[in-house]
Ligand binder design. Structure first.
Ligand SMILES: [Ca+2]
Ligand SMILES: [Ca+2]
Ligand SMILES: [Ca+2]
Length: 436
């Protein structure tokens, strides 16, 4: 017996005091990479943006080749469009890219000071923008993001502002002035939008600022440096489905991940050409299915990572009822609560086994059997104990799955005391009888 009887009795009662625990966030794991220097399909010359669609396909803005390339999530080349020029469908230094709720692809071009809208196969749909200071005009427009309503946010870098447009390019509003105060910018670079419509902007202060969908300042974080939560050039921003924010720091050659309110979660990467290293990473994008892609620009490759998934924590589990009374031989339904997932995943509980420290049928315990019935997330336990004993202890085994392939197993104890005197008499005699 690894756990003393006393300790097991204590667990029954102390488990009510246990709260949720936080287990941090591990860096994503490298999965694969593709690309090399050149202009053939699947080759790159400086990639400043990328985006992932609902099917998991990846669109890469191949900046100095003036084209967009589309790949499967594993890097198989699908198609490309563009070519140098100012005509519709051509590019002059394309930078940021976003994807609309209908799957349309929006590309921000610094050389032509405009935004172009395409189908997911690269068919030209619309364009807007020109060089200048007015509404809907740009001066070196960089990052671009699209919210779930189709609004398009463009980081208008040299004018230290963000401009918001409808999905068809009608100017809605702009915010930002030069400076380092709240709502001010030192060169807007990266922009991202979460599922609630909050807008994140990275500038060269360097820091991240968070705004409402209408540009009202919410919070900011970051300063110059190499510590956790510090930046040099936060160029690429991406939210994930959970509302976290990834930041690609071009000059520090690393990724950082934060909660939506700026709490540091993890980081990875260093300067170099090895697996998981970076050379001027301009863009990061969290796709579905837990994958994160990085445009490792001066290594002329895309690296794909898988977000580490922590299993749920079963040690904090509690039964919904730890004492069953009165001992009238009837069934009581008992569930399991208190299992938390460090990643915030929804946890599914399944009760898998029940044992007890008294015989199912025996002297003074009644001839009723079985004494437990599995009901998925719950178990029915018979309110029964030996009249000659010291209380019956049920050990309820369960698994908790997070829907992403990780699970934990645990046991909670439920007691039918001998009587109602205090302290409650519930001694686990250690004998193992299946209750089923
Ligand atoms: Ca998990
Ligand atoms: Ca029985
Ligand atoms: Ca007992």
């Amino acid at each position: 017996m690894g756990v003393s009887k006393k300790a097991r009795i204590l667990v029954v009662f102390l488990s009510f005091l246990a709260g949720p625990i936080w287990a941090g966030d591990d860096p994503p794991e490298f999965v694969l990479q593709w690309g090399s220097f050149g202009s053939a399909p699947g080759q790159f010359r400086g990639m400043h943006g990328l985006v992932v669609d609902v099917d998991g396909d990846v669109y890469v803005v191949d900046t100095r080749n003036n084209r967009v390339q589309k790949f499967t999530g594993d890097g198989v080349f699908l198609l490309e469009w563009g070519g140098f020029g100012a005509a519709p469908g051509r590019f002059n230094h394309p930078h940021g890219v976003g994807i609309g709720p209908l799957g349309n692809i929006y590309v921000s071009e610094t050389g032509n000071n405009r935004v172009q809208k395409f189908t997911s196969d690269g068919v030209f749909l619309a364009t807007w923008g020109s060089f200048g200071n007015g509404d809907g005009q740009f001066r070196h427009n960089h990052g671009l993001a699209v919210d779930s309503d189709g609004n398009v946010f463009v980081a208008d870098r040299n004018q230290n502002r963000v401009q918001k447009f409808t999905s068809d390019g009608i100017f809605v509003m702009a915010w930002g002035t030069p400076g380092t105060g709240d709502g001010q910018f030192s060169g807007t670079n990266g922009v991202a939008v979460d599922a609630e419509g909050n807008v994140f902007v990275g500038d060269s202060s360097p820091r991240i600022q968070k705004f409402t969908n209408d540009g009202v300042f919410i919070t900011s974080w970051g300063s110059a440096g190499i510590g956790d939560g510090q930046f040099n050039f936060p160029r690429g921003l991406s939210t994930d489905a959970m509302g976290n924010l990834y930041v690609a720091d071009r000059n520090l050659h690393r990724m950082q991940k934060f909660t939506g309110s700026g709490e540091f979660l993890t980081k990875w990467g260093s300067f170099g050409g090895g697996v998981g290293q970076f050379n001027s990473p301009y863009a990061v994008r969290a796709g579905g299915n837990g994958f994160v892609y990085v445009a490792d620009s001066s290594n002329y490759r895309i690296q794909k990572f898988r977000v580490a998934n922590d299993p749920p924590v079963c040690s904090t589990a509690q039964p919904t009822k730890s004492i069953l009374w009165p001992p009238n031989h009837k069934f009581a339904a008992v569930g399991i609560v208190g299992v938390n997932d460090p990643d915030g995943d929804e946890v599914t509980i399944t009760v898998t086994s029940v044992t007890q420290d008294e015989p199912v049928n025996g002297l003074g315990v009644g001839s009723s059997g079985p004494d437990a019935m599995l009901q998925g997330a719950e178990v029915l336990l018979r309110k029964e104990r030996s009249g000659l004993g010291n209380g019956r202890v049920y050990s309820v085994g369960f698994t908790a799955a997070d829907g992403k392939g990780a699970r934990c197993t645990g046991v909670v104890l439920v007691c039918v005391p001998h009587d109602r005197r205090k302290p409650i008499d519930c001694v686990d005699d250690g004998e193992i009888h299946s209750s089923l």
